[in-house]
Design a protein around this ligand. Structure first.
Ligand SMILES: [Zn+2]
Length: 431
């Protein structure tokens, strides 16, 4: 355990705690497998129409939660996205530890808007504990204003590496999440007490990607995440029984759909004469689970209408956004990103009674096929069904809110609770 205390006192004693159960679909919160979350759904404020961003992937959502902005403004377009680091467009994995350095080389910066960690530097500070990909963890605070702890490393202010003894020595899954949660309650909540404490579990997303949705293993992972929520909620309540100074938000970043089958989009584009070769940088597909982003170099731009015409004939394409339409789904319109695809969906029910299937964009970097397993990234009814419950601050108790809310609303809610301005955010406080 680190001995370094948080050097900045919280602003006016106010604190915010954000806990994310990665990939937990709202309709899979049941009294049998998620007793705590089922109870909080009734006792806390329950945002019943909460959705994700597009692409509905962990890294994009992480950046939107941290900044209160959509991808069009923060600049992280996907779990994978094409970057030109001087040798043409290449698809890169935003989950890798070195991605933020690649992003700096290609664009001169990481995220283009401030994070909560930056806003809180010198004003109570922030500490992030995360058991998801390094990229998703680091995009909570890519430029190192606060503390970030992850199995692949830990950083303090100025991105100063912390000693290995401080790293989270855990693996993805319930057991690792439980170790991280216990350390979070003791070290972050009780001892260091920053203005913002973030705990991001790997489950049930991790198991959902490896087993069918609703299978016994997936339900067990949901129960494991639920037990972690119970521990954190109890620790918070013990520290501030009246919830006068504390705001706690527990949520997920996206839901899941079942993979229908994988589509090798780049192979199809090469075969259709729309891309020079699999390795070429004229047209580059960035697979994002049940979504795909297609980038075009300047010299390939003349092929755009032909590409769109081809895609419109494909049964695996659900919805397609090109040019100015990219703004409708929160994406940039002035970069090499030419087309975004929400892969085709159906309401079919899987062997465990869980509805929602989607075609998937094959990802050669993933090293596995997600057919029949949980996946996400698109605009499907179920992947766009995360949950969000909140308590404390100005949040009313025992209330169900039907008004739509989204990950970009989390940062303004936290900023307002902590007495910070909410300028330059796309979202609005939740209530
Ligand atoms: Zn996720």
């Amino acid at each position: 355990m680190t001995k370094s205390a948080n050097s900045n006192p919280p602003v006016g004693g106010k604190r915010a705690i954000l806990m994310v159960c990665d990939g937990l679909r709202r309709d899979l919160i049941t009294p049998q497998h998620a007793p705590t979350l089922s109870r909080l759904a009734g006792e806390w404020c329950n945002f019943k129409s909460h959705t994700s961003v597009f692409p509905s992937t962990t890294r994009v959502t992480s950046a939107s939660i941290a900044t209160g902005c959509l991808p069009a403004r923060h600049g992280l377009a996907g779990n994978t996205m094409a970057l030109d680091e001087g040798e043409g467009l290449v698809c890169r994995n935003a989950g890798e530890p070195d991605f933020r350095d690649r992003m700096r080389r290609a664009t001169g910066q990481t995220l283009r808007v401030p994070t909560l960690a930056q806003r809180l530097a010198g004003r109570g500070g922030s500490i992030v504990y995360s058991n998801v990909s390094p990229g998703a963890a680091y995009f909570q605070d890519p430029d190192g204003y606060g503390y970030v702890y992850h199995p692949s490393g830990a950083f303090g202010p100025g991105l100063e590496p912390l000693p290995e003894s401080d790293w989270l020595r855990i693996e993805k899954g319930v057991a690792g999440d439980q170790v991280m949660t216990a350390r979070f309650c003791e070290e972050v909540l009780r001892i260091r007490r920053p203005a913002l404490s973030v705990l991001w579990l790997s489950e049930p997303d991790h198991t959902g990607h490896h087993t069918p949705l609703g299978s016994p293993a997936h339900r067990e992972a949901i129960a494991g995440a639920d037990a972690c929520v119970a521990k954190v909620a109890a620790a918070v309540e013990a520290l501030d029984p009246a919830w006068q100074d504390t705001l706690m938000i527990v949520c997920s970043d996206h839901g899941h759909e079942t993979g229908e089958s994988e589509v090798h989009i780049e192979e199809l584009l090469v075969a259709a004469g729309l891309k020079e070769s699999l390795a070429s940088s004229d047209v580059v597909v960035a697979p994002n689970g049940s979504a795909a982003l297609i980038y075009m170099s300047e010299h390939a731009a003349a092929r755009r209408e032909e590409l769109i015409g081809y895609l419109q004939t494909q049964e695996w394409v659900g919805r397609l956004y090109a040019g100015p339409e990219l703004a409708e789904v929160g994406l940039e319109t002035d970069t090499a990103l030419a087309v975004a695809i929400d892969m085709g969906k159906s309401d079919r029910v899987n062997e465990y009674g869980v509805p929602g299937y989607s075609y998937l964009a094959h990802n050669a970097m993933a090293g596995k096929d997600y057919t029949g397993l949980g996946q996400h990234g698109g605009l499907g009814a179920y992947e766009q069904q995360p949950f969000l419950f909140a308590r404390g601050g100005d949040i009313p108790r025992r209330k169900e809110v039907d008004r739509p809310s989204a990950p970009v609303d989390i940062a303004p809610t936290i900023a307002r609770h902590l007495g910070l301005p909410q300028d330059g955010m796309d979202g609005k406080p939740l209530v």
